[in-house]
Write a protein that binds this ligand. Structure first.
Ligand code: ASP
Length: 392
């Protein structure tokens, strides 16, 4: 018998539950301390800037992850503990994917492992720590794609899978379909032995506060729906409820990888947007919008204003620019994210990896948390806007 989530219970649970922010310490994955050269997680060297404007940010990359385009961390206001938590979260995900790749595993297994780590980390808007819908529930989306044969799987609006990315992978491997939604997706995952949870598992204080802020902003008519519609016109003061809700609403996660066989893969997972209407599906589970991988072109995972990324067919357009226009991956990603999508009224970013290891992470949002692993084992994390200037 299937459990039906009692979303009306969430407010009561919210007041009763403790703050649950876990700081994960990653062996070899933190931002500080003495470590082996080339095997550590490091912030971008101070003052180092991405090459930008359509030129690759890094080369010889085998795996990259993102933790969303919403959280623009202010270097002056971020405590060392918080900085470490973000860098460790990204570093841990990269290490999880690295273990797969080092053992000769596939890029699909690597991106799934990396995304699952981020889903388990309450700092990010996916799995535990997912944002709330307007009726105080959680509905999660995820997708995965393999570049060698364009196989793909996705789930939308799931309410009880602990790791939606595992649901997406199961749809890809064990069904004739690409996308399962709602109860059918939850049931399919449970029938295939995936771990299930009750809705309170996803709860975090920060996401609850963001929902309250969004409701508050809506009451004041200041456009909490800004994030929902991708409409930039209602820009509010940085510390206003609307701004808090908007900043907290993102944090989607994703990964891209290339393995020893030169096969590409991409994966994305999210709780969506804070205060979204129940039933709303964003770009993250849509192949060609939030996720795309094709061996001859690119592996890409996006984050940002989902409606705009759907309308702009974000990740498949990057692939098409590479395939039909002969553009480099970095140039194609820049063109789509920085030039085309903002014209549709929404910002965000993408991590994009070429089969030859060229990597770029352009974004039009104020920040985008991301990190990458090179062939030699170096892990770099970028979380501050001065490490990841927008529109480059
Ligand atoms: N793109 C996601 C969505 O619209 C949100 C995000 O990336 O933060 O559901």
């Amino acid at each position: 018998m299937r459990r039906r989530p009692l979303t009306w219970l969430i407010p009561a649970l919210a007041t009763a539950a403790a703050v649950t922010v876990t700081v994960v310490v990653v062996p070899g994955g933190g931002g500080g301390g003495e470590r082996e050269p080339d095997s550590r997680s490091v912030p971008a060297a101070h003052g180092e800037r991405p090459a930008g404007k359509g030129r690759p940010d890094a080369r010889d990359v085998v795996l990259a992850v993102h933790g969303g385009a919403g959280t623009a961390l202010d270097r002056d206001k971020t405590t060392p503990e918080r900085e470490k938590a973000y860098r460790d979260g990204l570093g841990k995900a990269l290490r999880a994917g690295q273990r797969v790749l080092d053992q000769g595993g596939s890029s699909v297994d690597a991106v799934q492992a990396a995304v699952a780590e981020l889903e388990d980390d309450p700092l990010f808007n996916a799995g535990k720590g997912a944002v709330f819908t307007a009726d105080a529930g959680h509905e999660l989306d995820a997708s995965i794609m393999r570049g060698s044969d364009l196989k793909a799987g996705a789930v939308a609006g799931v309410k009880s899978l602990r790791n939606p990315i595992a649901g997406a992978r199961t749809v890809m491997d064990k069904s004739p379909h690409v996308l399962l939604a709602g109860e059918g997706a939850d049931d399919f995952g449970a029938r295939h032995g995936l771990r299930t949870v009750t809705q309170d598992y996803y709860w975090t204080q920060a996401r609850w506060d963001a929902l309250m802020a969004a409701k508050e902003a809506a009451k004041g008519g200041r456009g909490a729906a800004k994030g929902l519609a991708g409409d930039k016109s209602g820009k509010a003061a940085a510390d206003s409820p609307a701004a808090l809700a908007d900043a907290q609403s993102k944090g989607t996660v994703g990964a891209v990888a290339v393995d020893k066989r030169r096969d590409l893969a991409a994966a994305t997972s999210t709780g969506g947007m804070t205060n979204k209407l129940p039933g709303r599906v964003g770009d993250s589970p849509l192949i060609g919008s939030g996720t795309y991988a094709k061996n001859s072109t690119v592996a890409a995972s996006a984050t940002g204003a989902g409606e705009v990324f759907i309308r702009g067919a974000a990740t498949s357009t990057i692939s098409n620019l590479v395939e039909f226009k002969g553009a480099d991956v970095a140039a194609a990603a820049y063109e789509v994210i920085v030039k085309r999508l903002p014209e549709l009224g929404g910002d965000g970013g993408v991590i994009a990896l070429a089969p030859n290891g060229e990597f770029d992470a352009p974004h039009s949002s104020p920040g985008m948390l991301h990190g990458y692993l090179t062939k030699s084992g170096k892990v770099v994390t970028k979380i501050f806007p001065d490490e990841t200037p927008p529109n480059t």
